[in-house]
Design a protein around this ligand. Structure first.
Ligand SMILES: Cc1cc2nc3c(=O)[nH]c(=O)nc-3n(C[C@H](O)[C@H](O)[C@H](O)COP(=O)(O)O)c2cc1C
Length: 247
């Protein structure tokens, strides 16, 4: 998806929606067709995305919910994070507010043999309700997430990626020709229910890779990306992906 980069600085989590606004049928069909344009992180994982009225879920906010269902294969959580984040950014470009909603449940926990993974709440919003000054967003200092002084233009954008409980588990080691992305399992982590921690962490990392790809493309860096083969969940720093930069 092109043109999403500026949305990195505009998007935010909507916890209140203006109930006097609603999506027109044209907007709703634009959303539906956008669901077909997402680029997966992993090609061979079957997923389905579905828009339902909020009342068809346990979600308490927004007009609609975007439900994500997936086959459970290696990297499926990162794949869902990567895919839904593209839509999160695109919704901001349409002045549709969103909120990742980890605790929400839909009526249908299965769809065509795929399991429900997570939802985004969404609803029409005013442009003025979006983030006006990203420097006010609560984020870790760059030095806490980025090692090495390379590609700081990219670092300054990707730090705004959203994450469950704002944990920001990403850590990057930068060198002149590569970026190594890992997931930290320390810190704020303790606030998340134990059985959800790793699921959220991997979705967060997929979100981060979406931001990373957009920021690299926007800044004119050619790259190839390789996902780590196996995730050792007992590590305090789990390797996630290597980016090889092209001259
Ligand atoms: C996987 C995931 C699950 C989330 N679940 C919730 C949730 O259940 N309720 C909520 O209010 N926010 C939820 N959030 C939103 C985060 O709290 C939010 O993205 C983070 O605090 C950063 O703030 P921002 O999105 O406004 O930049 C979730 C975010 C992610 C990525």
């Amino acid at each position: 998806m092109d043109g999403l980069y500026p949305m990195i600085f505009k998007r935010k989590s909507f916890r209140k929606f203006d109930d006097s606004l609603s999506l027109s049928s044209e907007e709703l069909s634009r959303v539906e067709s956008q669901l077909q344009r997402i680029e997966p992180l992993v090609d061979d994982i079957r997923i389905k995305l579905r828009i339902v009225k909020r009342e068809d879920t346990t979600c308490k906010r927004g007009e609609y919910c975007l439900l994500a269902y997936s086959e459970k294969k290696d990297n499926y959580l990162m794949n869902i994070g990567y895919v839904l984040e593209q839509l999160d950014l695109w919704m901001a470009s349409q002045n549709i507010g969103t909120c990742w909603y980890g605790s929400g449940k839909p009526r249908e926990m299965q769809l065509d043999g795929l399991d429900f993974i997570i939802m985004l709440a969404l609803g029409k919003a005013h442009e003025s309700e979006f983030r006006q000054d990203c420097t006010k967003a609560r984020r870790k200092e760059l030095k806490d997430i980025w090692t090495g002084e390379y590609l700081m233009d990219v670092a300054r954008a990707v730090r705004y990626a959203p994450s469950a409980f704002n944990t920001q588990p990403w850590r990057v080691f930068s060198s002149p020709d590569s970026l190594k992305v890992s997931c930290s399992t320390k810190g704020h982590f303790i606030f998340i229910p134990k059985d959800k921690r790793m699921d959220y962490a991997f979705m967060d990392m997929g979100i981060f890779l979406c931001f990373m790809d957009e920021a690299l493309k926007h800044n004119g860096y050619g790259f190839s990306r390789v996902l780590a083969a196996k995730h050792e969940e007992n590590n305090s720093l789990i390797p996630i992906a290597d980016y090889m930069l092209k001259a």
